[in-house]
Ligand binder design. Structure first.
Ligand SMILES: [Zn+2]
Length: 119
């Protein structure tokens, strides 16, 4: 017959936070060993891709570890991936360029009209 095991904590439901594994003690007994929830790597806020250069950790653990392991040294490091940051920078640049082009075109049109009126 299989040895029956009892929980070592008060939580008595088979929930996500009550995951355990069976280990044999040095005395030959079988007991439950409680497992922690899996560590996760943060994901990009836009494309949901895993972020590189960040170590996996639980939320409380992440607050305790040093800053170098939580983020990468870039604008939006630790929040967005490099591809999404590049895309945003390029997009913002093109929008600004377009604004300048429109401004130049607008300034050229009235200057050409008075010339026509003068001639
Ligand atoms: Zn991304």
């Amino acid at each position: 017959m299989v040895q029956r095991l009892v929980y070592r904590r008060r939580l008595s439901y088979n929930t996500k936070s009550n995951r355990r594994r069976i280990v044999r003690t040095p005395g030959g007994r079988l007991v439950y060993q409680y497992l922690k929830k899996p560590k996760r790597i943060p994901r990009c806020g836009q494309c949901k891709d895993k972020l590189r250069g960040i170590i996996p950790a639980r939320p409380m653990e992440r607050a305790r570890i040093c800053r170098r392991k939580q983020t990468v040294k870039r604008a939006y490091g630790g929040v967005l991936c490099h591809k999404c940051v590049k895309e945003r920078i390029v997009r913002a640049f093109l929008i600004e360029e377009q604004k300048i082009v429109q401004k130049v075109l607008k300034s050229q049109q009235p200057s050409s009209k008075p010339k026509k009126a003068a001639t």
